[in-house]
Design a protein around this ligand. Structure first.
Ligand code: KG4
Ligand code: ZN
Length: 341
């Protein structure tokens, strides 16, 4: 199937990153990300403030992406935007902008599932020309809102074979970070401190959950009680043991994730394994996955850092595959805060 040049503008606004990207024939030309700093003050994303910041950032982000890509608006073939899942007010900003722009330019709209996009980020062509996963593969998708093991049969054919029944892995990192008085989002801070700590120092429980599902709320509670007890004995406990606590909690989260992934790989017989989502930026997880891959002879795919956390490049690449599949959206479709695939 030979196509003309296909240029997709991608827009992401599901949480606290306003992002716009341009992809031409699968190749990245620009990926602009405006991270909203305002939430740091509150120790978590404030939905109303996120919507307002998206409203302010979206026009400059799109303009910067088009300028950087050197693409005039009349060369865009379609606009892909995140339909969900995410914060409703935040999604509405991206969706309304994408709809208005598509209408003005008389070009198609493409609706993108945020979690599918995290996975398809592996197919973004950039300068490195890295090899791409081959189908079928298993993807461990770990973000602030989701934790899933997905069987990816083709670009747009995916099934969730396991997921969290409560908190997401990123949420566990962020909540533990909050207990340790670290800034938001806490994941990268825990990661950084863990590198100087002893992961064997403290023991935290592993949940017993069936099949390939996960649970992280028990871990958060056990860390909370542990810190409360130790602080009664020594008020300086947290400050003096932060690195060891981070290393021990991170080790537990990684063990929970990778033991389920290993079980899924064994059961499905699939040994092409990918990582996706914000938590895939975690240095410990990346290292442990590489070790496990050597042991199990897995062929693994770990995203570049800029494609781990939320970005519009992943939305644009998903839009590109949907364009090739003639899978277009509609002006009357509303965003979906909860959205399954
Ligand atoms: O995919 P993402 O940017 O947004 C969602 O779709 O949720 O993921 C954000 C999550 C946050 O919970 C953040 O703390 C976590 O990814 N994260 C990390 C690291 N970098 C980001 N967690 C652990 N280690 C990191 N280096
Ligand atoms: Zn995400």
């Amino acid at each position: 199937m030979k196509h003309k040049n296909i240029t997709i503008l991608g827009i992401e606004s599901s949480c606290d990153e306003t992002s716009a990207a341009v992809i031409k024939n699968g190749k990245i030309l620009a990926n602009i990300i405006a991270t909203q700093k305002i939430h740091e003050t509150f120790g978590g994303v404030v939905p109303e403030l996120a919507s307002r910041a998206h409203q302010i950032n979206i026009v400059p982000a799109v303009k910067m992406a088009l300028d950087k890509a050197k693409i005039p608006v009349n060369e865009i073939d379609a606009i892909a935007y995140t339909r969900g899942p995410g914060l409703m007010g935040a999604l509405l900003v991206g969706a309304s902008f994408a709809k208005a722009m598509a209408l003005a330019l008389q070009i198609p709209l493409i609706e993108v599932h945020h979690m599918q996009a995290h996975i398809l980020a592996h197919f973004i062509e950039d300068d490195e020309n890295k090899p791409k996963p081959t189908f079928p593969f298993l993807c461990l998708t770990v973000s602030g809102g989701h934790t899933q093991i997905v069987r990816v049969n083709d670009y747009l054919k995916m099934e969730i074979i396991g997921e969290t029944i409560d908190d997401a892995a990123g949420e566990a990192f962020d909540k533990v970070a909050k207990l340790l008085n670290l800034p938001y989002p806490g994941g990268p801070w825990v990661d950084k401190l863990a590198q100087q700590g002893n992961p064997e120092r403290f023991d935290f429980p592993h949940p017993q959950i069936k099949n390939f599902d996960f649970s992280f709320s028990g871990l958060k509670t056990s860390v909370l009680y542990f810190l409360q007890n130790e602080t009664i004995k020594d008020p300086n406990f947290v400050e003096q043991n932060k690195a060891d606590i981070c290393a021990s909690v991170q080790k537990t989260i990684i063990e929970i994730l990778l033991s389920k992934l290993q079980k899924a790989a064994k059961k499905t017989g699939i040994n092409t394994i990918a990582l996706a989502g914000g938590v895939s930026a975690n240095s410990g997880l990346r290292k442990q996955l590489k070790m496990l891959a050597r042991k199990n002879k897995w062929n693994i795919f770990i995203p570049k850092f800029e494609y781990c956390t939320d970005n519009a490049a992943m939305i644009a690449i998903t839009g590109y595959f949907k364009y090739l599949n003639n899978d277009f959206g509609a002006q009357h479709h509303a965003p979906l805060a909860r959205y399954t695939f």
